[in-house]
Design a protein around this ligand. Structure first.
Ligand SMILES: NC(=O)c1ccc[n+]([C@@H]2O[C@H](COP(=O)([O-])OP(=O)(O)OC[C@H]3O[C@@H](n4cnc5c(N)ncnc54)[C@H](OP(=O)(O)O)[C@@H]3O)[C@@H](O)[C@H]2O)c1
Length: 254
């Protein structure tokens, strides 16, 4: 057999992809990447104005994009989206981070982080998988974090939610392989977006960058290979895995 690389297995032509948290940062970028690979993309988040701008940008570049209001902490909102759409690819990207010392961390902040990053991802995956199982399967991509593997001060709720998301990825992969649904996670290191706005210019941020073996934070396009691999048929035999994209941060010297 002759192999040509890149071949059609990387193409998302004919697929529909839904990205949660697509109104800013990585989610907005991921929607553009999936559209450029040929998918019709559905951009979901709470801020409708931002979604409209992102859709216009994708369409101006020749892609197909639709905006839909979604709050992943509200089961009724998730049900409404999946009553309307049956995507083949779902990127569970919506996430928040609230920093604070564990001794004083308010229970409502814990709930906000875990309800968005972990429970929200589960409920979206469940709603998506019900549609995928009734159709011809699909790919779910959970955006976790290197904080799902290691810890950092004052981020207990965030780290716990992302570690939970890594383990949820494995559990769902085990249960849903029989339905033709692959579930994988991407664990980014540090990339500059609104979630960490200002941190990299601070003293602590600069000190942190020095501890990354590659001595810099990531560029958004450096996540594209991992995303397209698990979203497309190029990763057809991959499920339950977590891909780390972090400039070597997880292997930094102790
Ligand atoms: N940036 C990094 O260095 C980094 C590293 C590792 C992991 N991550 C993960 O990557 C993902 C994206 O983060 P980002 O850096 O791009 O941050 P961001 O710019 O703050 O984007 C977060 C997105 O999540 C959406 N969102 C928050 N709560 C939501 C809710 N209840 N329902 C629906 N959407 C919600 C926000 O949209 P609305 O406010 O419009 O709803 C926004 O689009 C997160 O899961 C984050 O934990 C980021």
């Amino acid at each position: 057999m002759t192999t040509t690389i890149p071949d059609g297995r990387w193409s998302l032509a004919g697929r529909t992809a839904l990205v949660t948290g697509a109104s800013s940062g990585l989610g907005r970028h991921f929607a553009g990447v999936l559209a450029a690979a040929g998918a019709s993309v559905i951009l979901a988040a709470r801020r409708a104005d931002r979604l409209r701008d992102a859709c216009a940008e994708i369409e101006a570049a020749g892609g197909t994009a639709t905006a839909v209001a979604l709050d992943v902490t509200r089961p009724d909102s998730i049900a409404a989206v999946f009553a309307e759409f049956a995507p083949d690819i779902v990127v569970n990207n919506a996430g928040i981070g609230i920093a604070g010392k564990a001794l004083d961390f308010p229970a409502e902040d814990w709930d906000a982080v875990v309800d968005t990053n972990l429970k929200g991802a589960f409920l979206v995956a469940q709603a998506a998988a019900r549609r995928m199982a009734a159709g011809s399967g699909g790919s779910i991509v959970n955006i976790a974090s290197i904080l799902g593997h290691r810890v950092a001060g004052q981020l207990a709720a965030y780290s716990a939610s992302k570690a939970g998301l890594v383990q949820l990825t494995r559990s769902l992969a085990l249960e849903w392989a029989r339905h033709g649904i692959r579930v994988n996670a991407i664990c980014p290191g540090y990339f500059s977006t609104e979630i960490n706005d200002g941190f990299f210019a601070s003293e602590a941020g600069e000190a942190m960058v020095k501890r990354i073996p590659m001595r810099r934070i990531g560029r958004q396009h450096e996540l594209d290979g991992a995303l397209l691999l698990v979203a497309s048929d190029a990763g057809a035999y991959m499920t339950g895995t977590s891909i780390v994209v972090d400039g070597g941060h997880l292997v930094s010297s102790l």
